[in-house]
Design a protein around this ligand. Structure first.
Ligand SMILES: [Zn+2]
Length: 174
């Protein structure tokens, strides 16, 4: 199936029948990430921030998105640990990781990890992170283990993860 712009479709996702060409898919991803940053209001003007460089796919896409969105307006430093970092600390993430972080304390009874970190991007599914990384040239992709509760649900009703994300947004803004 071709992309809605008429070019051959290259990207197929689990939750929609649509296929995307490279340009339209990357634009979709960038717009969603931009919206996320606007909603969260993490940065204003020439902020300084540190991002954890763990070499994973989430770091790779977060860094790419910051470059696309802020160009040089954000003073972003890549660090191997947050040990001595002051100011804003960004932990590379994904929507799947955000679901795990927010639900697992309820499921396991264990408290959730450090709340002072800013997580980004949390509006993109892991499968979208993977597709984006492939298109922008990151090859060492390692998938996270599936969530025992959420992934089977998502398989049965595609869109469950987005619905959960929506609920988190509503909780955060209430
Ligand atoms: Zn297209």
């Amino acid at each position: 199936m071709p992309c809605s712009c008429g070019k051959p479709g290259r990207v197929k996702l689990s939750y929609t029948q649509l296929t995307y060409c490279k340009n339209c898919f990357l634009r979709l991803i960038q717009h969603r990430a931009q919206k996320e940053l606007r909603q969260k209001a993490y940065f204003k003007g020439k902020d300084r921030a540190a991002i954890l460089k763990d070499q994973g796919k989430e770091y790779f896409i977060a860094n790419w998105l910051f470059e696309q969105i802020f160009e040089n307006r954000l003073q972003l430093r890549a660090v191997k640990s947050f040990g001595n970092v002051r100011g804003k600390k960004i932990l590379p993430s994904s929507l799947d990781r955000e679901i795990k972080r927010r639900l697992d304390p309820f499921l396991t009874g264990k408290p959730s990890p450090d709340e002072k970190l800013l997580r980004f991007p949390t509006s993109l599914l892991e499968e979208e992170v993977i597709q984006t990384c492939k298109l922008i040239g990151y090859k060492k992709i390692k998938k996270d283990p599936p969530h025992p509760l959420i992934d089977p649900l998502e398989k049965r009703s595609p869109g469950t993860k987005f619905a959960l994300y929506q609920s988190f947004q509503e909780i955060d803004s209430s």
